[in-house]
Design a protein around this ligand. Structure first.
Ligand SMILES: NC(=O)c1ccc[n+]([C@@H]2O[C@H](COP(=O)([O-])OP(=O)(O)OC[C@H]3O[C@@H](n4cnc5c(N)ncnc54)[C@H](O)[C@@H]3O)[C@@H](O)[C@H]2O)c1
Length: 430
């Protein structure tokens, strides 16, 4: 099949590479000319393990363009993979999706296209597929279909998730178009959930909201564990073996972040409200997540009392390990809260320093390794669960700190080992 991918971000590039691997001809389009120019030169603009290899391996089936006309000419099925960032009120900003829909409509007319299919892979609120239909119809009067095919990939393992998904959701009010889109995944061994547009759009939000709920749930359990003297890590283990609960997403810590969970939970809450339904549980999920971040700051305050002039090393800036993505990263939020109190922040991340630099103010000193940042520190906050941090020479780090305090926002380190090394150690719920 001939596919266009509109939006060359995490979802677009990984989908494009995987579709080419499945044997399709793929044209990847983005309005960011610089990004496209890089891709044309073989430079992958994001860090995602295995992505450069997959793009390279399938390079004879993949082309890049910043021209929508070319994308429409070279493909019959158009996957919208553009961003849908949050607006002030929590709702999803659909301006990029709408712009793409309008432009597709115009190009369909100009190129006299026959029966194209538009697929949303971007995460969009229920009703967006129908809105896209209306926007395209403003210029294009021929037959076309809209399909929702939400994406569930996880950054840092996105390539594996795309090549071997645990399920594929295809929603459309046109069964033939839905069948065609299911066919894009002909070689993939995964259950395919065929449904209508609205249900497919809802599945994506329900999935992310459920996972976020699990995280906020275990964080609340962690907080009560601290009060009554229980260990949340063992509680998570004790409940996780129950297959009805499952082990995943039971890691207590400083809350969820990233480009998806915070925005999707808020968007579901917002569009529930707008539809006249008060989704009470989600309000609490959001509140608990914010509270977890403040709790890390409170723990620092508890030990250091006054933060003005204190040196704090933040270990980890990415929103999770194995990625360079700092969007809605808890680390950045905590740094801001500490700076308000006058703390001097030094920070290190194995992969995300460049992206973090764009978002942090000049007062934050970024260092090339943890040891350098620890010199003279009054506290270290572990903000990302990078496994590398476990392997640091903690004895040496302890010896160069002004106060050997560790606040482990990810429960990454072994409390008894840290205490043996004469650290004051605080995790979350243990
Ligand atoms: N990142 C994830 O882990 C993930 C997982 C599942 C779903 N999603 C959803 O997929 C969508 C894309 O996410 P992402 O992380 O890939 O975003 P991203 O920010 O990495 O990439 C978005 C790309 O879209 C391009 N773009 C914006 N407007 C455009 C336009 N009018 N025409 C062409 N290109 C345009 C941008 O230049 C950018 O390169 C979002 O809705 C997101 O919620 C993301």
């Amino acid at each position: 099949m001939r596919l266009s991918i509109i939006g060359a971000g995490y979802v677009g590039l990984v989908s494009g590479a995987a579709f080419a691997e499945f044997g399709h001809d793929v044209i990847i389009m983005d309005i960011d000319r610089e990004r496209i120019a890089k891709l044309q030169r073989g430079i992958v603009p994001i860090h995602e393990p295995g992505l450069d290899r997959l793009l390279d391996k399938n390079s004879d089936r993949i082309s890049y363009t910043s021209n929508m006309e070319e994308a429409v000419r070279e493909a019959d099925i158009h996957f919208i993979c553009v961003w849908t960032p949050p607006l002030e009120d929590g709702s999803a900003d659909l301006s990029a999706v709408r712009a793409v829909a309008r432009e597709l409509g115009k190009q369909f007319v100009k190129l006299k296209v026959k029966t194209p299919i538009i697929v949303t892979k971007s995460t969009v609120p229920v009703g967006t597929g129908v809105a896209i239909q209306r926007l395209v119809r403003q210029s294009y009067k021929g037959d076309f279909s809209v399909v929702s095919n939400p994406e569930f990939l996880r950054e840092s393992q996105a390539v594996a998730d795309m090549l071997r998904p645990d399920r594929i959701v295809v929603g459309s009010n046109d069964p033939d178009a839905a069948k065609t889109i299911a066919g894009v995944y002909h070689d993939v061994n995964a259950p395919i959930i065929m449904t209508d547009l609205a249900t497919a759009e809802m599945i994506k939000y329900a999935a992310n909201a459920f996972l976020a709920t699990k995280i906020s749930f275990i964080n609340e359990v962690a907080n009560i564990c601290e009060i009554v003297g229980a260990d949340v890590e063992r509680v998570a283990e004790g409940i996780g073996h129950d297959p009805r609960i499952g082990k995943a997403f039971l890691k207590a810590g400083m809350g969820y972040g990233g480009s998806c969970f915070p925005k999707d939970v808020r968007a579901l809450h917002q569009f529930s409200n707008a539809s006249g339904y008060d989704f009470k549980l989600l309000k609490s999920v959001i509140e608990v997540n914010e509270q977890q971040r403040q709790m890390i700051v409170d723990k620092v305050n508890k030990h250091l009392k006054i933060l003005n002039g204190k040196n704090i090393l933040v270990l980890g800036l990415a929103f999770k390990a194995h990625t360079d993505d700092v969007r809605e990263s808890g680390a950045l939020d905590i740094i801001e809260r500490l700076q308000i109190q006058g703390a001097n922040i030094t920070a290190f991340d194995p992969l995300a320093l460049l992206n973090a630099k764009k978002k942090l103010n000049d007062l934050v000193i970024l260092v090339g390794n943890a040891h350098e940042g620890a010199v003279g520190a009054d506290a270290i906050i572990v903000a990302t669960e990078w496994p590398d941090f476990k392997e640091l020479d903690w004895e040496r780090i302890q010896s160069v700190m002004r106060k050997p305090l560790i606040i482990d926002g990810r429960n990454l380190l072994d409390p008894s080992e840290m205490r043996k090394l004469k650290f004051i150690y605080e995790g979350v719920g243990r």
